[in-house]
Design a binder for this molecule. Structure first.
Ligand code: HEC
Ligand code: HEC
Ligand code: HEC
Length: 424
């Protein structure tokens, strides 16, 4: 761990020396030559029509701006939420139109530049914890509607909290290097040979929906790799695995139901995905959800897992724990109870190559999101205090290898590590 971080500090120093001038150029390339970024005190923008405000509010849901820009228990959009990253803590900013601490003196140009180029009003490079690597695809007219909506909120005076990042990640130079390597401002390019529905879905998934922020692996620099393919990725520090979205997601109507209500006959949104459904996708129109499903279904299937899976784990212990603690909800044969408890037999989430989510679920339990389509979801209790690491490993392996499920077993050490991570 220590050794590899030294190595990449050196690599970073090298890069810093190598490319400073080129990087400055790359970072400025393609930006509007003389955008108007500041609004004079007292100057008001053009009034927005009701239709524009409504559109902006809808797009803000599609991008889940509120999720990150609202602190727990804080005022909506007033910022302050701390985001843990492998490089330290980053705080989301105040998006309300307060003139001193929010976007009150911003112009539509400045706002568009933030989404499209990842630069603040004063030119500061922004951290990609703000998903501008995806939002860069947002169309100018949509950015303008978002801005008009945010400007219509009640201003909240809430100064930005300073980020707590380790050196060198707290420098603009490091960010410039990162951007030169991993960020290109992108225009949304519809595919001429694809139906309008597919293009709308691709635009929402790749842009405002920023699905790739979680559903793509990140390299050691925290940049999403092969983001267009949505091949699945481990969420840094949170120990949730966001699975591949290509191939085998099932019928479009099930996917639409999952994104709208949080549950479908074959899946249930948990953890970070429950939040995405709760704050964002449940509000999207049926047309847009169908478009997203149509697009996702054309993504290539993930690479098949290598070879048959060895049966392992303590099957007798697993079966015993299952009968005592799980069967009353999930059924003796993992069949679940339609409309109440998800089936574990044939469940895609249970069969993922990576067992983290199953362990996570058993340790801490959880609720699917409460949505209009499923207002009072049943929950699952946490078992972290009732079951030992060995019992949790055994029951996780049991559900992954019974009733036709064929996924790798989970080891006791993985459960131990998952508990340790939660304590940090
Ligand atoms: C995954 C979390 C996340 C989401 C979702 C998100 N943001 Fe942010 N945003 C951040 C963080 C963190 C920052 C601060 C970045 C920094 O200071 O370098 C930020 C910064 C910004 C800034 C720059 C503010 C400033 O003072 O420079 C704007 C503008 C912004 N976000 C708008 C939006 C909009 C609009 C949406 C929805 C379409 C959105 N954000 C969604 C995390 C998020
Ligand atoms: C904040 C991280 C995050 C974002 C953003 C996110 N997801 Fe997820 N998603 C997850 C995690 C973690 C899971 C696994 C937990 C679960 O099964 O619910 C998941 C699961 C899913 C599943 C269930 C797959 C299965 O097993 O059947 C679908 C479908 C899905 N996400 C679609 C999307 C789409 C579409 C978007 C963009 C609009 C999106 N997600 C954005 C984290 C995220
Ligand atoms: C009181 C009923 C109840 C009990 C007991 C229960 N569960 Fe669950 N389980 C649920 C519910 C409800 C969900 C959906 C939760 C969510 O989406 O956040 C769930 C979800 C799951 C999931 C995730 C499935 C998916 O599609 O994402 C797994 C795996 C799981 N349970 C395994 C177990 C195991 C193993 C046990 C026993 C140790 C157990 N459950 C005990 C109700 C229960």
């Amino acid at each position: 761990m220590r050794k590899s971080s030294t190595r990449w500090l050196l690599a970073l120093a090298g890069l810093l020396l190598a490319g400073a001038a080129g990087i400055a150029w790359l970072n400025l390339r393609g930006e509007a030559s003389s955008p108007q970024l500041f609004r004079a005190p007292g100057e008001v923008g053009a009034p927005a029509s009701a239709a524009m405000l409504e559109k902006g509010a809808y797009l803000a849901r599609a991008g889940n701006c509120m999720g990150c820009h609202t602190a727990q228990g804080g005022k909506e959009y007033a910022g302050g939420r701390a985001m843990q990253t492998p490089f330290g803590v980053i705080h989301a900013s105040n998006l309300t139109p307060d003139p001193d601490t929010g976007l009150g003196r911003w112009t539509p140009d400045a706002f568009w530049r933030a989404l499209h180029h990842g630069r603040s009003q004063d030119g500061r490079l922004l951290y990609p914890a703000f998903p501008y690597p995806q939002y860069t695809r947002v169309l100018r007219e949509d950015a303008d509607a978002l801005f008009a909506y945010l400007q219509s909120l009640a201003p909240v005076h809430a100064p930005a909290k300073p980020h707590q990042l380790t050196f060198p990640f707290n420098t603009q130079a490091a960010l410039a290097v990162w951007r030169a390597r991993y960020f290109r401002a992108g225009e949304w390019q519809p595919r001429a040979d694809a139906p309008a529905e597919w293009n709308r879905g691709a635009y929402l998934v790749q842009g405002l929906g920023h699905c790739a922020a979680c559903h793509s692996a990140r390299n050691s620099w925290g940049a999403s790799v092969e983001e267009g393919l949505l091949r699945g990725g481990m969420m840094a520090l949170q120990d949730w695995y966001a699975p591949a979205l290509g191939g085998g997601l099932g019928e479009a109507q099930d996917l639409v139901r999952l994104l709208r209500t949080g549950v479908s006959s074959t899946a249930s949104a948990s953890g970070p995905m429950a939040e995405v459904v709760f704050r964002s996708t449940q509000y999207l129109s049926t047309d847009d959800l169908q478009a997203m499903a149509a697009y996702l279904q054309t993504l290539p299937a993930p690479r098949a897992p290598a070879g048959p899976v060895a049966r392992a784990g303590d099957a007798r212990l697993g079966a015993k724990v299952y009968t005592q603690h799980c069967a009353q909800c999930h059924g003796e044969q993992g069949e679940g109870r339609p409309g109440a408890f998800i089936a574990l037999a044939g469940n895609r989430a249970v069969n993922l190559p990576d067992g983290s989510n199953v362990v996570r679920m058993v340790l801490q339990g959880g609720y699917p999101p409460a949505t209009q389509g499923n207002p009072r979801p049943h929950g699952m209790p946490p078992f972290s205090h009732q079951l030992s690491d060995a019992q949790i490993a055994a029951v996780s392996s049991f559900v992954r290898q019974s009733w036709g499920n064929m996924a790798p077993a989970v080891g006791t050490i993985e459960v131990y590590r998952a508990r340790e991570k939660r304590r940090q």
